[in-house]
Design a protein around this ligand. Structure first.
Ligand code: NAP
Ligand code: ZN
Ligand code: ZN
Length: 350
């Protein structure tokens, strides 16, 4: 076993503490990654605070972190994709059954038997706990690690491993491109990546936000319009305007109000996962022959495609880099929608 350490929460809602634990030895197909940066996703907060229970139980001690970039420091005998010193990334899952239709189709996040999450989960043996990226290193099968190109701003690459793929995948699935009007609801970690990626795909992007102070940023990120959703007149005027609405909102909100802004035959894709159920009236869906869809991160092949797309289009996340001692403060600010636009923990000296 490899002795290592990270930052763990020992009970829902308490502070992070330094935590010593073990990673498995590097097996023939494994790589050891020395973590450079780990992004803070709102899903980390939901789980650290046990807000998704009982749907997703929180298991403690928990070392969150599923937006991981680092350098390979050891490779197993049969590893072919990586060599010592290469950059590598890890996203939200680190293994899956490998033989169900989802795994064979490269959408391992939907593994019928349930994939092994990067943290708050177990290995596929269903016994060994997984600990995430707020830590010194990670041992992962190379099949579940991503190639990261050199020459990029690595602190801004880390959030691509969740926020990037979670927005890229539905934009691709619903074939977003030039001539289409896309709305991104919620300008946080996911939302700001959604704006950058949809704009790079050629769409005309509007940000739907509760924070009027973010308008200037929204335009700098690639949006051509900004709508304050607290302005009832503006929301009414936007009825039927968008071909696709990407909902990245982390808190309970009225889906119907957002569906009303979607055009005839249009699509609203929900990726934000509020902690409570959200009631909405069927009329807002039926009236315009609309589609209400969901999407969970992305599989390994599409995550690699997204990383290469972002490298090609010079897209990284806008980040605020923090020391591990400031994780609790970053959580509180993220919950208040006061993040511009992703907190990333510098794990190099942790
Ligand atoms: P985040 O950085 O906190 O951004 C969420 C944004 O939602 C806020 O910045 C805010 O934007 C908006 N918002 C917050 N409260 C709101 C309210 N009451 N009404 C309307 N808008 C509100 O969070 P994130 O990391 O982007 O994650 C967003 C959600 O996606 C979380 O629930 C997370 O768990 C989930 N998630 C899902 C997947 C997936 O695979 N489906 C993957 C990752 C994360 P404004 O200030 O612009 O209003
Ligand atoms: Zn995430
Ligand atoms: Zn499977």
């Amino acid at each position: 076993m490899i002795e290592t350490n990270g930052y763990a929460i020992h009970e829902a809602g308490t502070d992070f503490k330094s935590f010593n634990f073990e990673r498995r030895d590097v097996g023939p197909h494994d790589i050891l990654i020395e973590i450079l940066y780990a992004g803070i996703c709102h899903s980390d907060i939901h789980q650290a605070r046990a807000e998704w229970e009982p749907i997703i139980p929180s298991v403690f001690p928990m070392v969150p972190g599923h937006e991981i970039v680092g350098r390979v420091s050891r490779v197993g005998a049969n590893v072919t994709k990586f060599k010592d010193g290469d950059l590598a990334g890890i996203g939200c899952f680190v293994d899956s059954c490998r033989d169900c239709p989802a795994c064979e189709g490269g959408i391992e996040q939907y593994c019928i038997k349930g994939s092994a999450q990067t943290y708050n989960s177990t290995e596929m043996d269903r016994v060994t706990p997984t600990y995430g990226g707020y830590s010194k290193n990670y041992v992962v099968d190379e099949k579940y690690a991503l190639k990261v190109q050199e020459g990029q701003d690595l602190k801004g690459v880390a959030p691509l491993l969740c926020a990037g793929i979670t927005t890229y995948s539905p934009l691709r699935r619903w074939k977003v491109g030039p001539g289409q009007k896309v709305a991104v609801a919620g300008l946080g970690g996911l939302g700001h990546m959604g704006v950058k990626i949809a704009a790079a795909m050629g769409a005309e992007v509007t940000v739907l936000s509760t924070s009027p102070t973010k308008e200037k940023d929204a335009r700098a990120l690639g949006a051509t319009s900004f709508l304050n959703v607290r302005d009832e007149e503006a929301v009414k005027a936007a009825r039927g305007r968008f071909d696709l609405l990407l909902d990245t909102i982390s808190a309970v909100h009225d889906y119907g109000a957002y569906l009303n802004m979607v055009t005839l035959n249009g699509v609203m894709v929900v990726v934000g996962m509020p902690t409570e159920s959200v009631p909405f009236h069927a009329a807002s869906l039926i009236g315009g022959n609309k589609v209400l869809a969901g999407s969970l991160i992305g599989g390994i092949p599409e995550t690699q495609e997204m990383l290469d797309f972002c490298a090609e289009h010079n897209i990284t996340s806008d980040v605020e880099v923090i020391d591990p001692s400031r994780i609790a403060e970053a959580y509180d600010r993220t919950v208040k929608a006061d993040v511009r636009y992703r907190f990333v923990i510098d794990m190099k000296n942790a």
